[in-house]
Design a protein around this ligand. Structure first.
Ligand SMILES: [Zn+2]
Length: 349
């Protein structure tokens, strides 16, 4: 089997950040490592949809803003940001997340020998790994994809502390929007509302018949997969495909529609568990206003090429090194929300 396509822009060590990566087991680390997660793979594949001309046009709308001069008096400290949240001065938080918020939920790894999904897909004789997410291949050979879908069925997975922290932001009334690259449905299970949720790479939550476009809910899909391997439309008997973004497909319109108005209003950006490599998703973080504080929770510092600065030059960017769950726990403690978060998690069990 061939290697997965490499992301040419990927090199965090050139990012001129105060903290460079030394983690070798980071789920967001990329394809040259053993243990690339399914999410990474999916992100890599969907990123290649930039070759699609409609998407190229939309990507051009995502250009990085020109650098702006900072005024010293505008310099923020991390403590100031925490205080602002406590004093209800922050009202429009945007969260931007990737695979890292779901690894603690046990999202299956793609390439671990033996246990990884990749090994389990060998029996399907894929011409190359990414074929599993290509529409042409899927139409002819849907079996491998639905094998994968079974592994990702949400009842097998529980949201993480990080998911519940985002739900808590919603409950506190300060979550403006949650942008996710993940297709695991865990945001919905955690209770993040449809209105707040932008599933940039699609979702298993709904499916559509590829022939008559009849819409199906997740429960139907789960039943169909468990009783027969291949879900077929009840009306026309043709193939039904979950609404996740396949190779070459454009990102959902909801993603592009929300961007402009959301990021103008944003008064705190929290980035979690993403290497910020996959475009056009990663560049959305550049759209905040120049004084908007940005907190990154990740195992290694990211976002350098998108202008995030965690060193002395930075005026508003803060890096919490570690897992997403640990970072959210820290934030919850500092905000005095610890018991709220615990209650929320308990009530979901
Ligand atoms: Zn149909």
């Amino acid at each position: 089997m061939n290697e997965l396509p490499k992301m040419s822009e990927r090199n965090e060590n050139n990012d001129n950040l105060s903290s460079s990566s030394s983690d070798s087991d980071d789920a967001e680390e990329s394809d040259d490592r053993q243990g690339t997660s399914l999410k990474d793979k999916f992100e890599n594949l969907t990123s290649r949809s930039s070759e699609n001309s409609a998407l190229s046009y939309l990507m051009s709308m995502l250009r990085i803003k020109p650098a702006q001069e900072f005024v010293e008096s505008e310099r923020l400290t991390y403590e100031m940001v925490i205080e602002k949240i406590k004093k209800n001065e922050i009202k429009n938080v945007i969260t931007v997340v990737g695979a890292g918020i779901s690894t603690a939920a046990g999202i299956p790894d793609f390439r671990s020998p033996g246990s990884g999904l990749y090994d389990n897909l060998q029996k399907y004789n894929l011409p190359y790994p990414q074929a599993i997410f290509e529409l042409d291949y899927f139409v002819k050979h849907p079996e491998p994809f639905f094998h994968l879908a079974k592994e990702l069925l949400p009842e097998k997975l529980k949201p993480t502390k990080a998911h519940y922290f985002i739900k808590l932001l919603q409950d506190k009334g300060i979550l403006l929007r949650h942008y996710t690259q993940n297709i695991d449905n865990l945001e919905r299970i955690a209770g993040i509302s449809e209105e707040k949720l932008i599933e940039a790479h699609g979702t298993f939550y709904t499916s559509h018949c590829l022939n008559c476009n009849k819409s199906y809910k997740l429960d139907w899909l789960k039943d169909a997969i468990s009783t027969s391997d291949i879900p077929k439309c009840v009306d026309c008997k043709e193939l039904v495909k979950p609404d996740i973004i396949f190779f070459g497909e454009a990102l959902p319109m909801k993603f592009f529609k929300s961007l402009n108005s959301d990021f103008r209003k944003c008064d705190l950006l929290i980035v979690m568990g993403s290497s910020l490599i996959v475009e056009p998703f990663a560049s959305i973080i550049t759209r905040t206003e120049r004084n908007c504080p940005r907190i990154v929770i990740n195992k290694h510092a990211v976002g350098g090429k998108h202008g995030l600065r965690f060193d002395q030059e930075g005026t508003r960017d803060f890096f919490l090194e570690g897992t997403c769950d640990d970072g959210c726990q820290k934030l919850a403690e500092e905000l005095g929300w610890n018991s709220d978060l615990e209650e929320l998690i308990k009530s979901a069990e």
